[in-house]
Design a protein around this ligand. Structure first.
Ligand code: COA
Ligand code: AMP
Length: 625
């Protein structure tokens, strides 16, 4: 690896495809690739064409065969049940091989989809790796989604099997998964052939005869299954994420490019390698969890910490520091919201003083912009660099970052760091013309996109082209707005579309509007993301009731809040809606969501020239300003 960031970036610029040969050679391949990159394949090219490998082999068996079977691969720490478990690479390999055997015995093979709906338990990681061992395609669904969201994923992915847990554990609440699964099955036109059910002692689920099989019993009865080599271009997983409509996007990840990019990123970005303890405090239901709880650290031979709990309340704002003292990670990666939650409850960092945090060398944050006061507070109280890095479900790994592998340059609070080798990031004007440094515009990535980046959407190449490639030919449109400064640091300032980030979770306001519009009393509505001191942004609904509806506004609002929770899930954090007489619109009928948001955030919101009725905007100012 080059010894400086600039040297590495220049090396990549000089040969954007050849650069990846050396990182690829660090993995085990069953067959070497014929072409590093084929630009003509798929909507934006394919990596390592002709190559064959197995990702689970690279995550587990490779390390065991190299004599590291006794090294700890996974530490599960549950603040919810007060339990800690350690799995060595050999033990994890054995469990994964048996679960793969249980799936194979029931007909799961290369290319079959398996939906995984599980909380933060090791069996979720084991299920993912078992699918990958067989060349089956997993699709993990975050536990905070409601049945219609699960049903949409069932309908699109058409899984042959589903693996779910009997319950998830939220502070003060046991989330029974089985009723949610049954409700989703009732809504979905597609049903899986069988389910593996992981029974948690807190709340076991009744098994449905002929469909449900006990996960642990099936595992115990199965023969270990070997790794099945698949094409580098075969899908490893589908991860659904919010688009601008109610229909989630099925982001596809391939096997070869992803494994290469993640393995490379562990050393280059986080500065960790084999034998190091690394902790990503996310959830396996998000891309961050896929890449940096499961695949990245295991590919690199690290010990990955998997934490079931919250940053606060389980039991207090010292929860993260207790985990660090106990398991001694060198790096922690979390969402800025988690740090804000800790800072709110423990502004002096008193909990930090009580724990030995000497193992920690850096804090990485992503999922939403890290506001400078939070970054500065964390850096000062923890005494380690706070590195903001920017990425998306689609990218699979960081577009911009600080690079510990090259000796970290001092991070700039509020900026997302510099482009990773593999990414040419520019701000474009609305016509797709690159803007000079320092000017804000649409952040875009020049093609070709690097290994690990989503090659397409599930069975929807045209959807991929339309969503990401059509607006600015030759570029991937990120949907984020921002600028690149004179040093090359990228500032990500917000979305240019109807997506908001709530507590580091990506949500579609369009999807919430669809839910509100379905209420019998609602004539029209808008959902905007407004600034929130804890969660960054939270959704706010504005509804106009149908003529003749005379019910109390609070009653309708309570129903709308319940409806969003029921249709999208608690993760939407939709708690506030207001009944208004009208919504400000342009003369062509477009709701002025941007102006409403600026008013709600206390920003300057000049009256646009295209407005239909300026008084409607003044009413918003009176209501929200
Ligand atoms: N299963 C079921 N419900 C879930 C869930 C899950 N896996 N995860 C969250 N929820 C629920 C929560 O219980 C909450 O429900 P409530 O409305 O009944 O209180 C709701 O969804 C909203 O959750 P969240 O936005 O996470 O807020 P919170 O108040 O529970 O916790 C924080 C606040 C800051 C502690 C929490 O948001 C957090 O840890 N954020 C970090 C996010 C993160 O790691 N993101 C990954 C990207 S890096
Ligand atoms: P997701 O696909 O859920 O990872 O969400 C991706 C979106 O989160 C991005 O498009 C950004 O809007 C936002 N995001 C992620 N990381 C950052 C960051 N470091 N700074 C600013 N925004 C971020």
């Amino acid at each position: 690896m080059p010894d400086s960031y600039d040297a590495a970036y220049r090396e990549w610029q000089a040969d954007p495809t050849g650069y990846w040969e050396a990182p690829a050679a660090a993995l085990a391949w069953d067959q070497r690739w014929d072409r590093v990159f084929d630009p003509a394949s798929g909507p934006c090219g394919r990596w390592f064409v002709g190559g064959r490998l197995n990702v689970t082999y690279n995550c587990l068996d490779r390390h065991v065969e190299a004599g590291h079977g006794d090294r700890v691969a996974l530490i599960w720490d549950s603040a919810m049940v007060g339990e800690v478990r350690h799995y060595t690479y050999a033990a994890l390999r054995d469990r994964v091989a048996r679960v793969a055997g249980a799936l194979a015995a029931r007909g799961i093979g290369v290319g079959d989809r398996v939906i995984i709906y599980m909380p933060m338990v090791p069996e979720a990681v084991i299920a993912m790796l078992a699918c990958a061992r067989l060349g089956a395609v997993h699709s993990v669904v975050f536990g905070g989604f409601a049945p219609p969201e699960l049903a949409a994923r069932l309908a699109d992915a058409k899984p042959k099997a589903m693996i779910f847990a009997s319950c998830g554990l939220e502070p003060g609440r046991v989330v029974a998964y089985q009723p949610l699964v049954e409700a989703a099955f009732a809504l979905s036109p597609h049903q899986p052939q069988f389910c593996l059910v992981f029974q948690r002692p807190t709340l076991p689920a009744p098994l449905r005869e002929g469909r449900d099989v006990d996960y642990v019993e099936a595992e115990a009865a199965a023969a270990p299954h070997p790794c099945v080599p698949v094409a580098a271009t075969d899908p490893l997983y589908i991860l659904y994420t919010s688009g601008t409509t109610g229909k989630p996007k099925g982001v596809v990840r391939d096997c070869g490019g992803y494994a290469v990019a993640l393995h490379h990123s562990m050393g280059m970005i986080y500065g960790v390698g084999a034998g190091d303890v690394y902790w990503c405090a996310s959830d396996v239901g998000w891309v961050v969890g896929h890449s940096y709880i499961v695949y990245g650290p295991l590919l690199a031979g690290c010990t990955s910490v998997m934490y079931e709990g919250k940053p606060v309340g389980t039991p207090d704002a010292g929860a993260f520091w207790r985990v660090i003292a106990q398991h001694r990670p060198r790096v922690l990666f979390t969402a800025p919201t988690a740090i804000r939650a800790i800072k709110q409850q423990d502004p002096e960092g008193a909990h930090m003083q009580r724990h030995d945090l000497s193992s920690l060398e850096a804090l990485y944050v992503a999922g939403e912009r890290c506001d400078p006061p939070t970054a500065v507070w964390a850096a000062e109280t923890l005494g380690v660099p706070v590195v903001d890095h920017w990425w998306q479900t689609e990218t699979g790994w960081p577009v911009t970052a600080g690079f510990r592998g090259f000796g970290l340059t001092p991070p700039k609070p509020g900026a997302g760091g510099r482009a990773s080798p593999g990414y040419d990031v520019r701000a474009l004007d609305d016509n797709g013309k690159p803007l000079p440094r320092g000017e804000s515009g649409n952040l875009a990535i020049r093609l070709p996109l690097p290994p690990g980046f989503a090659p397409t959407l599930w069975q929807n190449d045209d959807g991929f082209r339309a969503a990401y490639l059509a607006d600015f030919p030759g570029w991937y449109r990120t949907g984020d707005a921002g600028m690149v400064d004179d040093d090359g640091d990228v500032w990500i300032m917000g979305r240019t579309d109807d997506i908001i980030n709530t507590a580091g979770h990506r949500l579609s306001t369009g999807a919430m509007e669809e839910v509100l519009a379905a209420h019998r009393d609602v004539a029209e509505c808008a959902v905007i993301g407004v600034r929130d001191a804890l969660k960054g942004q939270v959704p706010l609904g504005l509804v106009v009731l149908k003529a003749g509806v005379n019910r109390p506004a609070e009653e309708v609002v309570a129903e709308l809040v319940a409806l969003v929770r029921e249709r999208i899930g608690p993760v939407a954090s939709f708690k506030d809606a207001r009944v208004v007489a009208r919504l400000p619109k342009t003369r062509s009928g477009k709701i002025l969501r941007g102006s409403i948001r600026r008013i709600a955030d206390g920003e300057d919101a000049p009256v646009p020239a295209t407005i239909e009725d300026p008084a409607a905007l003044e009413e918003m100012r009176a209501l929200l300003g």
